[in-house]
Design a protein around this ligand. Structure first.
Ligand code: GLN
Length: 345
């Protein structure tokens, strides 16, 4: 966000939570429910951070709202708190649009146009674009996300928009719709994103009309979801591209894998390193307060808690994800010596 946007610098230090090491299976349901309740209580003690207000309508969110949901690759769901509260998906949409575009165009082409490396700068940075000769670097910052949306199939902006809406709906397993108030509010105040679109276009990296592409991007960010929707979407990424609730294949396993690699390096913007250090899983945040975490082959997790840190990531969401990653044994970097027998649980 902007330098003067002084959300808290939050230390998500999960050091005190014992690290379980996963065996490939999740614990049985009753234990997951208990761990989810503990994660919720643990994170609810935190009141740091600020609700986003650079998109005016987001400022009206209840700062205390907090929902947490996990959906396993078996489609079984566990939830706690305000999981039915609706909010706009915002940047989390970038992950799913990217998956759709990779599915459509393949591994190499999208990498060439959009890139896969962290910029180390804020999600709406213009400097980052200039520093890299107009290359957006990765699809999780606004420049790369706008360039990615431009690659969606469709003869015109309406067709592209419908492909986005329909694609994200398949990830969620229900028809998603735009929150018109959010769309209007952001459209009236998205001068910065329009500038990003123009700038990337000036380097020849967007082939469509940038104003149209930014409009589709703004709509995609305004799609209305709840925490359960996000958990199902995350679980689809955990399940090789098949929605574990509907059984529908949404994208290829390869597109899924590529998307998770990008989320691992860039899902939480310039604090993706902190995130990986504490949580050890691919994740993606949005400025309305949503956050998804994906444990490949195991589970999709989602949270809604609108207070954000300085980079624009949900504070409680990160704390709950760190807790769950530890107690559920999901951190992909955690191992136990083979000679010690069965891994801890
Ligand atoms: N729609 C928002 C924007 O473009 C999304 C940003 C975010 O969630 N980080 O600014």
């Amino acid at each position: 966000m902007n330098a003067d946007d002084s959300g808290a610098r939050v230390d998500v230090d999960a050091g005190g939570i014992a690290q379980s090491v996963g065996t490939g299976l999740l614990p049985e349901g009753a234990r997951i429910d208990r761990m989810l309740a503990e994660a919720h209580a643990h994170a609810a003690r935190h009141h740091e951070g600020r609700v986003a207000d650079y998109i005016p309508v987001l400022a009206a969110a209840d700062p205390e709202a907090f929902g947490l949901c996990v959906v396993g690759v078996d489609g079984v769901r566990h939830e706690v708190g305000q999981t039915a509260t609706r909010f706009s998906i915002q940047s989390i949409s970038k992950a799913f649009v990217y998956a759709l575009v990779v599915d459509h165009l393949g591994h190499g082409r999208v990498r060439e146009v959009v890139g896969v490396n962290n910029t180390g700068l804020a999600f709406n940075s213009l400097i980052a674009i200039e520093l890299h000769d107009g290359h957006p670097r990765n699809p999780m910052v606004n420049a790369g996300a706008i360039a990615t949306t431009a690659l969606m199939p469709g003869a015109d902006p309406d067709a592209q928009w419908e492909a986005v809406r329909e694609g994200l709906s398949r990830f969620a397993g229900r028809p998603l719709a735009v929150d018109d108030e959010v769309y209007r509010s952001e459209s009236e105040t998205n001068q910065r994103n329009r500038a990003i679109g123009q700038l990337v276009h000036s380097y020849g990296r967007i082939e469509r009309r940038p104003a149209d592409v930014v409009d589709v991007y703004t709509r995609q960010c305004a799609l209305s979801v709840d925490t359960v929707d996000l958990a199902v979407m995350a679980a689809t990424l955990a399940d090789g591209g098949v929605n574990p609730v509907t059984g529908e294949r949404v994208v290829s396993a390869e597109a899924c894998r590529d998307t998770l690699a990008v989320l691992a390096t860039s899902g939480l913007y310039e604090t993706s390193g902190d995130w990986m250090f504490e949580i050890g899983l691919p994740g993606k945040s949005g400025v309305a307060g949503g956050l998804i975490t994906v444990a490949p082959g195991k589970v999709g997790m989602a949270s809604y808690a609108p207070r954000l840190d300085a980079a624009g990531n949900s504070v409680r969401g990160q704390i709950a994800a760190a807790y769950l990653s530890r107690v559920l044994g999901l951190n992909i970097f955690a191992s136990a010596p083979y000679a010690s027998g069965l891994p801890l649980r």
